[in-house]
Design a protein around this ligand. Structure first.
Ligand SMILES: Nc1nc2c(c(=O)[nH]1)N[C@H]1C(S)=C(S)[C@@H](COP(=O)(O)O)O[C@H]1N2
Ligand SMILES: [Mo]
Length: 459
């Protein structure tokens, strides 16, 4: 989340492959030096893997099986391959100058062992695939799921909300283009019949809700723009979707929060947690227990079957995917996943704006240059967007009509530019009249600030 952004999983998996390859080579060399040494290394690696697996929040017996099977298979193969290799090419200490004639046969048996290894890898892979069929099961449930119609339909999207500017971010982000941020290495696979949401903690009545009960509730459908606190100024960790769900406030009203509670700690199936102010879940802003995204069931990677969506708050303090529990509590008593890792316990979204076109570094034609982009200040709304060229006077852009204050706004402006190099900056002002700050702040602990700045060459 901090270092590699959305590439973190690719980097992690690539490093695991490199480290595993290195360890395997090392085990081979050690085992060849001295029988037992390489086996010990394989055993150690297996034990490390087992520890990593069983200390995870959603540890299952099947999960523990993988590192054990892998370690045992590795040790058997290592022993067999080194024995074969020893008969083919005797180790230095036992070299017999006259055993050369044995080589072709020994060589064949070593090659057989290698193909045996390949076969074992295929069998192992198949077994793993069977063990991870849970994903296919969840995907199957998802594709046959019929979402209920909303009792409260979405706000109508005003005709002028989408501006005809080529290259501008679409007003509604398609699911396939929607940014994804989470700590899950493999996407949790939850089949709806086994899903349950618990309401616990400082409540009059603890509650439990299953998926069928949730789908039977009167649903609300709303466009809401969610954003990641790790989004750099000008970054793309933000998206706007049409979410279908049951307002969290209805469930909390049934449970009855006790006096003194000020936070809801939401937990996901994989143990990740978020701290959301109780107020944001009980006021009229339509914080949702979402089951639908842009007219479809939630995609697995966006939280299937149920996630939270809260207008106005960064995802890390509100948008829990694969949701399983809501604990009503106090900020003084409970801490969410990112808080001890250098991030805030509160995360209201900061007013921001972005230039989508032209892209920074582009060369454009002299004359009227078309600029366009998006601005957001969820739950407050945007009043004005302005651009300035080479730090000159601010010029007002045309601001498109809003779907609601909980979504981003498109803007556009044409500016006459003669040949030359230009620095262009954008700033938004929220509906309370507060302009976004020019002061640069990093993403941690509670969101980046500063003006999105691009450079264009006119020629
Ligand atoms: N279970 C779980 N939910 C999570 C997270 C996570 O790591 N695990 N990350 C959060 C963060 S930081 C963000 S910005 C949003 C992103 O939601 P998306 O991946 O659907 O865009 O999910 C939130 N929900
Ligand atoms: Mo995030």
């Amino acid at each position: 989340m901090q270092l590699f952004g959305t590439a973190d999983k690719v980097v992690l998996v690539a490093s695991i492959v490199v480290v595993a390859g290195f360890l395997a080579a090392l085990a081979g060399i050690l085992e060849r030096r001295r029988h037992g040494l390489g086996l010990a290394l394989a055993g150690l690696a297996g034990a490390a893997g087992l520890t990593a697996v069983v200390t995870r929040a959603q540890a299952s017996p099947q999960a523990a099986l993988a590192p054990i099977v892998a370690a045992v298979v590795t040790m058997l193969l290592l022993r067999m391959l080194i024995r074969r290799l020893d008969t083919w090419v005797p180790r230095a200490s036992t070299v017999d100058e006259h055993s050369g004639e044995q080589a072709p046969l020994a060589r064949r048996s070593f090659l057989n062992a290698i193909s045996g290894t390949a076969l074992a890898a295929v069998v192992g892979g198949t077994v793993t695939a069977i063990l991870t069929r849970a994903t296919a099961v969840a995907a199957g449930f998802r594709s046959s799921l019929a979402l209920p119609a909303p009792a409260t339909p979405p706000q109508t999207v005003p005709a002028g909300a989408s501006l005809p500017v080529p290259g501008i971010s679409p007003l509604v982000t398609p699911n396939t283009d929607f940014y994804r941020i989470d700590t899950a290495l493999t996407v949790p696979a939850i089949d709806p019949p086994s899903w349950k949401l618990k309401v616990t903690g400082m409540v009059e009545r603890e509650m439990e809700l299953d998926f069928a009960e949730l789908l039977a509730k009167p649903m609300t459908e709303r466009h809401i723009t969610i954003a990641c606190v790790s989004n750099n100024v000008g970054g793309d960790l933000i998206g706007n979707a049409l979410w279908l769900g049951w307002p969290v406030r209805e469930l909390l009203a049934m449970a009855g929060p006790k006096a003194g509670a000020d936070m809801v700690l939401s937990t996901s199936n994989d143990g990740w947690t978020a701290s959301t102010p109780l107020e944001a879940l009980t006021d009229d802003r339509d914080a949702l227990l979402a089951v639908g995204m842009n007219g479809e069931p939630l995609p697995l990677e966006h939280g299937f079957p149920v996630r939270m969506i809260v207008p106005g708050l960064y995802g890390f303090v509100s948008a829990t995917k694969w949701l399983t529990e809501l604990k009503v509590t106090r900020f003084a008593d409970d801490t969410a996943y990112w808080t001890p890792r250098g991030w805030s316990d509160h995360g209201p979204i900061k007013t921001q704006s972005r230039i989508d076109v032209p892209r920074s570094g582009r060369t454009v034609q002299p004359g009227k240059v078309q600029f366009g982009g998006v601005a957001w200040a969820q739950h407050r709304g945007i009043e004005r967007v302005e651009l300035r060229v080479n730090r000159g006077a601010w010029q007002s852009a045309q601001l498109a009509s809003a779907i609601s204050t909980d979504t981003w706004y498109q803007w556009q402006i044409g500016i006459d530019l003669q040949p030359g190099d230009y620095e262009i900056q954008v700033r938004a002002t929220d509906a309370s009249g507060q302009p976004q700050t020019e002061d640069k702040a990093p993403v941690a602990p509670d969101g980046a600030t500063g003006y999105h700045t691009i450079n264009v060459k006119v020629a």
